[in-house]
Design a protein around this ligand. Structure first.
Ligand code: NAP
Length: 303
């Protein structure tokens, strides 16, 4: 089954990109959209992020076959409760949230009996809001589906087909594993970026002007990540607490190891580590998940 009517709740970077990608890749599909912020709804209408922009979430989902919640992780449960009575009984409810265990719990509790298959497109930028979305955001990026054990395999296949039509590659795993994998590949790196940028801005003996002037020395790449949306990331750390704490402990142990190597003048172990990490970077480029150019090719995508 392919979905002909899709409702998008939350019209920022991810919701807007889904709407634009549907218009580009699935022109026969009709879309409705809703955002809690009236200014976002107005801008979404101007940019054509959905075919019809509705005044309530209930109105947006009333005739939908697929509903995708694209709001911050902490708002998923509240939105699910808002739409519960308006949903057609067979409509599939999915989402795009960056942590999956807590969202699965929130959605299945708020929507008993409703088909629910959470998902996470691992694609994004540091920008947010209705102007940030673009149709190619999901091209050649992974979208992870985390169906509950009792999910209908036909619906899982349909949702996978939907994401592939938007240009994504699809992987299926359980929510717990997703949260552990994403803790190490996304959540801890963001935590490190937020921390190092905070540390640099608090230094007294190095001026803020010097931090900005000499940022090409590595700091600049952290500042891009540390510019990510504060609401989104607060919610990620509140909702993926256990996996983040587990991976943070591992990271702190390894950081302590590097600290000891520096203290002991142990160049060999540092050289070994840096050689291993360089190979990981090469692997990411070979898989087409980043660009080898010095600006990572980011100047090109216009996001
Ligand atoms: P965004 O650009 O800030 O968009 C979220 C939109 O949802 C905002 O317009 C927000 O309005 C609106 N909203 C908040 N609460 C709402 C509610 N109760 N009902 C309706 N609309 C509501 O954020 P985003 O980057 O698209 O992130 C959306 C989701 O995608 C998050 O769950 C995030 O974890 C996930 N995600 C993000 C990325 C990324 O790189 N950004 C990647 C993958 C997945 P206000 O601004 O007025 O609150």
């Amino acid at each position: 089954m392919s979905f002909e009517r899709v409702a998008i709740i939350g019209l920022g970077l991810i919701g807007g990109s889904i709407g634009l990608a549907i218009a580009e890749h699935l022109p026969g599909v009709t879309t409705t959209g809703y955002d809690a912020d009236p200014a976002v709804r107005r801008r979404a209408a101007e940019r054509g992020l959905a075919g019809t922009i509705c005044e309530t979430a209930a109105e947006a989902v009333a005739d939908a076959e697929l509903v995708i919640l694209c709001v911050p992780v902490g708002a998923m449960g509240e939105v699910a409760r808002q739409i519960a009575d308006a949903l057609p009984p067979d409509a599939l409810v999915s989402d795009v949230g960056s942590s999956k265990r807590s969202i699965t719990r929130a959605l299945t509790e708020a929507l008993p009996g409703q088909p629910v298959i959470p998902a996470h497109p691992v694609a994004g930028t540091e920008h947010s809001g209705p102007d940030a979305g673009f149709a190619t955001l999901f091209h050649h990026r992974w979208c992870i589906l985390t169906p509950p054990v009792d999910a209908d395999p036909g619906l899982v296949a349909s949702l996978a087909e939907f994401w592939r039509a938007l240009g994504a590659m699809v992987e299926v795993m359980d929510a717990e594993h997703h949260d552990l994998v994403l803790a190490v590949t996304s959540h801890i790196p963001h935590l490190i970026a937020y921390t190092i940028v905070g540390t640099a801005s608090d230094l007294e003996e190095v001026t803020r002007g010097e931090v900005i002037k000499y940022s090409a020395g590595g700091f600049r790449d952290f500042t891009r990540i540390a510019a990510s949306d504060p609401t989104m990331w607060r919610d990620v750390f509140l909702n993926n607490r256990d996996a983040v704490l587990e991976m943070l402990d591992r990271f702190l142990t390894d950081l302590e190891g590097v600290r000891e190597a520096i203290k002991a003048g142990d160049g060999d172990s540092m050289f070994d580590l840096f050689t291993r990490t360089r190979a990981i970077r090469r692997g990411i480029i070979e898989l087409g998940q980043d660009d080898a150019r010095p600006d990572f090719g980011r100047a090109d995508h216009g996001a």
